[in-house]
Design a protein around this ligand. Structure first.
Ligand SMILES: Nc1ncnc2c1ncn2[C@@H]1O[C@H](COP(=O)(O)OP(=O)(O)OP(=O)(O)O)[C@@H](O)[C@H]1O
Ligand SMILES: [Mg+2]
Length: 234
């Protein structure tokens, strides 16, 4: 399991899940990782979209125009599509009303874009993904499409959440999990059933080192403890 692969869909990679309680370091990890990925990226057809219902994060990664306004900060699907024509990174802060519909449009528009641009690969980071994918509710058509067809279209999602995402739609469609400090033990059994990962052996280490995390490769069943992302590194 390689951290640099997190953001780069290859046609073989599946979706990712990043989980941890509020303040555990998920956004910090994703922003540092995205920044490094964008810096190294040489693929002109790669696109990264960060979708944040809370309307925060990733803004410091955007380039600025002459008036110091961020280039690539959008509030609608149309703006997203326009930005993606030219720019690698899009930061989407959706209007809180119609969130679910906007998410649905976003997913379907990315598929349309892929159809029109077969060379494109795209990662969609969905922060607060529990808003859309609860274990009780059936996933929307868009999420089912993303879960099932994302891999073959080089369209991967990174689901970021405060609790384990247990929605059935993602079963068999996730290749890596990143656990920061963990949700209540009540979810662990379900996590083991869904992903084959039991966090129990790592809980003490995670607690004693703030912002550390466990990476779990769902396909091989191997887990690895990671030190906190270095805050001084750019
Ligand atoms: N590796 C790290 N080193 C130093 N500081 C960190 C690290 N990771 C996170 N922090 C600090 O901890 C704070 C909370 O982290 P972060 O915003 O990443 O949490 P989060 O898991 O995304 O929380 P939420 O679920 O509420 O969005 C941030 O202000 C950040 O500066
Ligand atoms: Mg966050």
């Amino acid at each position: 399991m390689n951290l640099s692969d997190l953001f780069m869909p290859t046609g073989k990679t599946l979706h990712k899940v990043v989980v941890g309680q509020s303040g555990s370091g998920k956004s910090f990890f994703l922003e540092k990782g995205a920044k490094a990925t964008l810096k190294q990226n040489e693929n002109p057809n790669f696109r990264l979209v960060y979708f944040s219902p809370k309307q925060e994060g990733f803004i410091d990664l955007l380039p600025r125009d002459r008036k110091k306004r961020p280039i690539g900060l959008v509030g609608s699907v149309d703006e997203m599509l326009k930005n993606m024509e030219k720019n690698t990174l899009t930061v989407f802060y959706p209007d809180p009303s119609d969130l679910e519909e906007t998410m649905e449009d976003t997913i379907n528009s990315l598929f349309d874009m892929k159809d029109a641009n077969p060379e494109m690969s795209c990662t969609l980071i969905i922060d607060d993904a529990q808003v859309f994918l609860s274990s009780r509710k059936q996933a929307s058509d868009g999420f089912r499409r993303l879960a099932l067809l994302g891999r073959s279209r080089s369209l991967n999602a990174i689901f970021v959440s405060h609790g384990l995402i247990l929605n059935k739609t993602l079963e068999g469609q996730v290749d890596s999990l990143y656990f920061f400090t963990l949700p209540a033990p009540v979810h662990w059994k379900a996590g083991e059933e869904r992903y084959g990962f039991n966090p129990a052996p790592y809980v003490n280490d995670l607690k004693s080192t703030p912002y550390s995390f466990v990476g779990f490769d769902v396909r091989t069943g191997s887990a690895k403890m990671f030190s906190p992302i270095d805050s001084d590194k750019n």
